[in-house]
Ligand binder design. Structure first.
Ligand code: ZN
Ligand code: ZN
Length: 413
């Protein structure tokens, strides 16, 4: 590590995640999910959490190497066996309103040598078992945040042209610090100002209450219906206890849910995505009445196929997010092969589950009520990037009038 003042910035980063990310407070319980090679960052986060007065930090160290070995060699039946203790633990996390910090640092192609069918099968079993937990998180019953950390293998994928592993790692850390405003004197204050800006755009869209959005770009001509009382959100969210938190760091998006049954036309992806350690790129989707009726991918077609076979909702959209092309992540020109970064460089959509908070009062609705209101339900939520500087988006009002929302990849006003 040759990055100047690395220790100082890593500590500031840990503080930001604890204080702003999950907004840790006196007597909170916090669950930290992190790869084993990020122990140094984990130690700093734990320290900051206790200094903010939390009652206990529970740390799960993950290990991609062990997971890869499991995908390659484990007995077929064991692969999809979900221990009762796993489900029980997540239930306790919901009951005790345990905040969650996830640190993302995986090699985006870590599982490329494994059989994608085995990966998708295991994920499906664990996603099904953790559905109630995921639903609690997605409806903000407790605070949660996803942030990143640089690993050698991920950095090598993003900066293959840099000569040494150390330089690759430094370059990625530098991008992480830049995009999470760590180089600012007061990152927390910088985040508050950033959040205000995003909230303003969200408010405009909430007031407009468009009936639909119409996307045009090379390879794209898509109309996305928006449900009645849909709600656009910016960076910050509020949990069921009324506490503010930031779900993604970095974040540049404002997002809501589409009407699952009113999506029609063609859309092309503009960036690759890493799903379950496998890269999927060059995707095209054709929608009719909300459902994907045709699709293809230049790379990772088989993963996409299996993913969309997960359940009924996997072929419908659950998120529509707007990110201006001049956003700092987009302007860096870097493809991170990591959704946390790439989705914040680009307008994106997600297949699968919609956030209950995307509808006014949605947090208090049952699964059936949400679906009846047009919010898609599924065990998956997979974002894919569709934005570019060539994208125009019109808002369509109920009376058919068109209003420019995006022009040339940026806010029309
Ligand atoms: Zn999003
Ligand atoms: Zn998403």
């Amino acid at each position: 590590m040759v990055l100047a003042d690395f220790d100082k910035y890593l500590k500031k980063y840990a503080r930001l995640i604890a204080e702003m990310g999950v907004n840790a407070q006196l007597n909170h319980l916090v669950f930290l999910n992190v790869q084993i090679d990020q122990a140094r960052l984990a130690h700093l986060i734990v320290e900051e959490l206790y200094s903010l007065g939390v009652a206990e930090v529970i740390v799960d160290y993950k290990d991609d190497v062990v997971d890869l070995a499991r995908y390659l060699h484990a007995d077929e039946k064991r692969l999809t066996t979900v221990p009762d203790s796993y489900t029980q633990r997540l239930k306790e996390f919901v009951d005790l309103k345990v905040s969650r910090i996830s640190i993302n640092s995986s090699d985006p192609a870590i599982f490329k040598s494994a059989d994608s069918e085995r990966i998708v099968k295991r994920l499906a079993a664990f996603n099904a078992a953790s559905f109630d937990y995921a639903t609690a998180i997605q409806s903000n019953k407790m605070s949660w945040t996803v942030a990143a950390a640089a690993s050698y293998s991920w950095a090598a994928k993003v900066f293959p042209d840099l000569p040494t592993k150390e330089e690759q790692l430094d370059a990625l850390w530098e991008q992480i610090f830049k995009t999470t405003r760590i180089y600012e004197d007061d990152p927390v204050k910088a985040w508050q100002e950033h959040n205000e800006k995003l909230c303003k755009q969200a408010q405009k869209l909430n007031t407009a209450q468009f009936y639909a959005l119409h996307y045009t770009a090379p390879g794209t001509d898509l109309t996305i219906g928006l449900p009645k009382n849909h709600y656009w959100e910016g960076a910050g969210a509020t949990n069921a206890q009324g506490e503010f938190f930031i779900a993604n760091m970095p974040t540049e998006e404002v997002f809501t849910a589409p009407d699952r049954n009113r999506v029609d036309g063609l859309i092309s992806s503009t960036k690759p995505l890493s799903y379950a350690g496998i890269i999927v790129s060059g995707m095209k989707f054709t929608f009719k009445d909300g459902k994907v009726v045709d699709f293809s991918a230049e790379q990772g077609q088989d993963v996409l196929e299996k993913l969309m076979a997960t359940d009924d909702g996997a072929r419908y959209l659950g998120e529509v997010a707007l990110v201006p092309d001049p956003s700092p992540i987009s302007q860096s020109g870097i493809t991170f092969f990591n959704t946390l970064f790439d989705e914040n460089a680009s307008n994106h959509l997600a297949l699968g589950q919609a956030y209950a908070t995307s509808l006014v009062g949605g947090e208090r609705m049952s699964q059936e009520e949400l679906k009846a209101s047009g919010l898609n339900r599924s065990e998956i939520h997979v974002d894919f990037m569709v934005g570019s500087e060539q994208m125009d988006i019109d808002g369509i009002k109920k009376d058919g009038t068109h209003v420019p929302v995006f022009r040339g990849g940026d806010w029309a006003e």
